[in-house]
Ligand binder design. Structure first.
Ligand SMILES: Nc1ncnc2c1ncn2[C@@H]1O[C@H](COP(=O)(O)OP(=O)(O)OP(=O)(O)O)[C@@H](O)[C@H]1O
Ligand SMILES: [Mg+2]
Length: 310
């Protein structure tokens, strides 16, 4: 009996790796009256503490589903998700409430969902800290407001702000409880490119100065080019992954310039899953003329070579 309990405790808390976030074969099936949609199909992803990354992918590929799971807002149909070594789906309701409140901060695309319209900007930032020392809350809320460049807007209501300003307040709200992880779903989706640039730079400095792990779902290619790692979801799985080249990072730091082309910025990798599978995209298949479901694989000179069947 004791042994079984120990096993259970181990099962609940043991990390599958040293990552901050570890997604292990996540599956999500949505059932409606007529159809079943498989939004995630065995997704695997590891995120380390302090990463600044983007998730890209076509509409309907499962990006928001994944982000909602990371935010503790949705459960999977199968698979596991560990954050700080804790199995998120084995948490009690109380643990989940605390997780949502203190471990993650969420920024939604629609600013209306992020802010209370009947509260001032400052009150919105203080709202998540409701049971803490009032004086300290005020101080921290003002610091955050300064951090997002909106100190002069403390006493106005959200509908008196532009879309971009609302999103910046939303970021401050998400940071109110000093979360370890900031999740943002299309944060620059509804703003112009100048504002988008400003928000991108804010994410980078929050990541560098406060050490917050940031995961952004985006369609915005310029945003994806400014993060250190971009993972592409296709059909509910991580297809490819791009890591920012060290020399690009250095150049960007030196010049603070966008004058490098997107292709120069990142190195692209295919992702190998735990079962040793990789996905070949349509471009690769067409480039080597693979048009059936059989390929030849051989190892030569330390390389794995995949060719069309004869
Ligand atoms: N609550 C739900 N009920 C039924 N199906 C859903 C639900 N939420 C998402 N889906 C379906 O799951 C799939 C993945 O949706 P998801 O919202 O994760 O995509 P996405 O990559 O965020 O797309 P977009 O870029 O358009 O926001 C889609 O086919 C979607 O229709
Ligand atoms: Mg979405």
């Amino acid at each position: 009996m004791k042994h079984k309990m120990q096993e259970e405790i181990k099962e609940k808390t043991e990390p599958v790796s040293d990552s901050l976030i570890s997604c292990d074969s996540l599956v999500k099936i949505y059932k409606t009256d007529e159809v079943e949609v498989m939004a995630l199909q065995g997704l695997e992803l590891e995120v380390k503490q302090g990463e600044l990354m983007a998730i890209i992918g076509k509409s309907g590929s499962g990006k928001s589903t994944l982000l909602n799971m990371l935010g503790g807002l949705e459960k999977s149909s199968a698979g596991k998700l560990y954050v700080n070594g804790k199995d998120l789906f084995a948490m009690s309701e109380k643990e989940l409430v605390n997780y949502r409140k203190y471990t993650v901060g969420f920024v939604w695309q629609k600013s209306a969902r992020n802010l209370f319209s009947y509260m001032t900007v400052l009150e919105n930032i203080e709202a998540p800290m409701y049971n803490q020392d009032k004086h300290k809350c005020r101080e921290w809320a003002l610091t955050l407001l300064e951090r997002v460049g909106l100190s002069h807007k403390a006493d106005v209501f959200p509908d008196q702000l532009s879309g971009g300003e609302q999103q910046r307040v939303a970021i401050a709200v998400a940071l109110a409880n000093r979360p370890q992880i900031l999740l943002a779903d299309e944060p620059t989706g509804a703003v112009d490119s100048k504002t988008s640039n400003m928000i991108q730079d804010m994410f980078r400095s929050l990541n560098e100065e406060m050490g917050i792990t940031i995961i952004i779902v985006t369609h915005d290619i310029s945003l994806a080019n400014k993060v250190n790692r971009v993972v592409m979801i296709s059909d509910g799985k991580i297809g490819t992954e791009k890591i920012m080249k060290a020399e690009y990072r250095k150049k960007m730091d030196e010049l603070e310039s966008d004058s490098f082309s997107a292709e120069d910025s990142h190195e692209e990798y295919s992702v190998l899953d735990k079962a040793g599978r990789v996905q070949l995209n349509q471009e690769m298949l067409e480039a080597v003329g693979i048009d059936s479901n059989k390929v030849k694989i051989c190892v030569e000179d330390g390389k794995v070579i995949i060719t069309k069947e004869n």
